[in-house]
Write a protein that binds this ligand. Structure first.
Ligand code: ZN
Length: 288
């Protein structure tokens, strides 16, 4: 079956791709527009139907988390402006991980905003080369590379006008996968907001990964780390992982605290761990 894959400005015709890649690169939800909205306090959704991108405002300046795929960058820019921000208000761009669906738009967003890009040491190479760093069981594609201005330390906070986003390294899905967290003021209380990095397999080879030999141990530590984090609100880079858009619909319909779910992050980590164990066992059986 022929698959037509819109990949930035290029249209590739692929005839022999595995379903994983075809599915990963053709998801129309990635570039389906969604009206931006405020989630809590100074945290906003500026992503698309299929890709979460978040803006954390500090007065008239802001931090942008993730850049979506390259083709979605114009939508993200429209969403930022629709909320009343200027593109030049974005001073800092951070990233959950260097995959084309979350980092592909960063080069353009950096150019159009003039922002500074912060990234983990583990994902720096991938961002600056525009491709995944590690062995996978299908080609992971390319995205516009972007220069990293500042390399983060684990536990470091990126601060802007009194707003802090803290980086916790949760590698596995990529070498430098970074979970971000902040606190927001809700009526009568402070809420922890966590933006977890992906914990899914994403085509990674778990057993005998030559370019990323420590991958399985990294995943295991990241499951434990993520599970132990206290999160009142979980905002994922694939919105359906935490029902972000459904929660917005409920909030709009009048449900109070629609985004608050302290059990959610633990569920995500437990499900991801189960999928990882299953996949690793399968790979071990195959290699025996
Ligand atoms: Zn990914």
């Amino acid at each position: 079956m022929k698959k037509y894959i819109a990949f930035g400005a290029t249209v590739l015709v692929l005839t022999t791709m595995t379903p994983g890649l075809a599915q990963a690169q053709t998801d129309p939800d990635w570039t389906a527009p969604v009206a931006p909205f405020r989630i809590a306090d100074n945290v906003y959704y500026v992503g698309t139907k299929g890709i979460g991108v978040y803006l954390i405002a500090a007065n008239h300046e802001a931090i942008l988390l993730d850049g979506g795929p390259e083709a979605a960058a114009p939508l993200i820019e429209q969403n930022i402006k629709a909320l009343g921000f200027k593109l030049s208000d974005i001073k800092i761009i951070i990233n959950t991980h260097a995959h084309l669906d979350h980092a592909g738009g960063i080069a353009r967003l950096k150019r159009d905003t003039g922002a500074t890009v912060y990234a983990s040491p583990g994902d720096r190479w991938a961002l600056e080369h525009g491709t995944h760093d590690g062995d996978t069981n299908y080609p992971t594609g390319h995205f516009p590379p972007v220069h990293v201005d500042h390399v983060l330390k684990d536990g470091q906070s990126v601060a802007l006008g009194g707003v802090r986003m803290m980086a916790t390294f949760t590698p596995g899905h990529t070498r430098g996968c970074t979970t971000w967290s902040t606190q927001v003021i809700a009526p009568n209380r402070v809420l922890n907001v966590v933006f977890p990095c992906s914990l899914t397999i994403g085509g990674n080879i778990l057993v005998g990964n030559r370019r990323y030999p420590g991958i399985a141990g990294d995943y295991e530590r990241s499951f434990a780390l993520t599970r132990a984090m206290k999160a009142d609100i979980v905002l994922t880079n694939h919105p359906e992982m935490a029902d972000v858009l459904d929660r917005e619909a409920r909030a709009k319909a009048g449900q109070a605290n629609a985004f608050v779910d302290p059990q959610q992050l633990g569920r995500i980590a437990a499900n991801a761990r189960a999928a990882f164990e299953k996949e690793r066992a399968k790979e071990m059986r195959r290699k025996r």
